[in-house]
Write a protein that binds this ligand. Structure first.
Ligand code: FMN
Length: 258
């Protein structure tokens, strides 16, 4: 199982709602489990579920923007992570980040920049939003995903006179789901980039009669379903015969689980 840890702080519930939607999007990818962690429980390096963070394949950081930066509780967590930094325990994990604030800008970029730098100091691999900006033309609308127009990570906006039941609105919640899903899917496709997990290590080796051999790696997503594994092998077999060896269909395929 590929795991994604989402560490967040939320003073009034808005960012917590965003965190839930990021988790929902990540968890919608087969074979991926997303788990929420409160920064409040991780403000000291000596206590809290640090081991669970270290065993996750990705960590996504989330906080409201308070006074133009990540909220103080989140910063306590960031400082406490310095103990992990000493050993580079999160190196090569995928990292992502999100922030919510009251204003459309509200200087949210500063918060996401803090998270990207945190990730860089830990040697992690940063995941951008990966979405074109919405709500930026006469034909666009606030119903668009990425209506805030962020590239570096996920930004959402919650009206300051609304509670977390309605703010941030549906388009931002959908954007949060897409961001979680993007990270989960990339983790599955490119699992060797992250910490190796059992699910990402199935290679399919092949031998070809004239003496060639090689291997291809199945996307981790297919590894949880033996029918999908067989389908993928069959597709590879057909492609090999069609494009590489049309007249020599002597190819033996062996599954290897590393
Ligand atoms: C101490 C404090 C500072 C804030 N600073 C900002 C700010 O710099 N930019 C902004 O747009 N909103 C700011 N806000 C508004 C919050 O970002 C907004 O209400 C957000 O939805 C709160 O998220 P939360 O419910 O997860 O705590 C601030 C709110 C508080 C309480």
């Amino acid at each position: 199982m590929t795991t994604i840890a989402i560490v967040y702080h939320s003073g009034f519930g808005h960012t917590a709602r965003v965190a839930e939607h990021v988790a929902q999007g990540a968890g919608s990818v087969p074979g991926v489990a997303a788990k929420l962690f409160k920064a409040d429980d991780l403000t000291s390096p000596e206590q809290g579920p640090w081991a669970e963070l270290s065993s996750a394949d990705a960590i996504i950081f989330g906080a409201p923007t308070y006074m133009g930066s990540a909220s103080a509780t989140m910063k306590q967590f960031m400082d406490a992570s310095s103990k992990v930094w000493f050993t580079q325990g999160w190196k090569d994990k995928i990292a992502g980040g999100f922030t919510n604030s009251g204003s459309w800008s509200g200087d949210k970029l500063a918060t996401l920049t803090q998270f990207a730098i945190l990730a860089a100091q830990h040697g992690m691999i940063w995941a951008s939003a990966g979405m074109m900006p919405g709500n930026n033309s006469s034909k666009a609308s606030p119903e668009d995903v990425n209506r805030v127009g962020s590239y570096i990570g996920l930004m959402t906006q919650a009206n300051v006179d609304e509670g977390p039941d309605t703010a941030p609105p549906a388009s931002d919640r959908r954007t949060a789901e897409l961001y979680g899903k993007r990270i989960a899917e990339r983790l599955c496709d490119n699992a060797p980039l992250g910490r190796p997990s059992a699910t990402s290590r199935l290679l399919t080796a092949f031998r070809w009669e004239p003496g060639l051999s090689g291997h291809f790696q199945l996307p981790a997503r297919s590894l949880h379903d033996s029918r999908r594994i067989d389908d993928a092998i069959l597709r590879f077999h057909h492609a090999f015969i069609a494009f590489v060896s049309p007249r020599t269909p002597r190819i033996a395929i062996t599954r290897v689980i590393l």
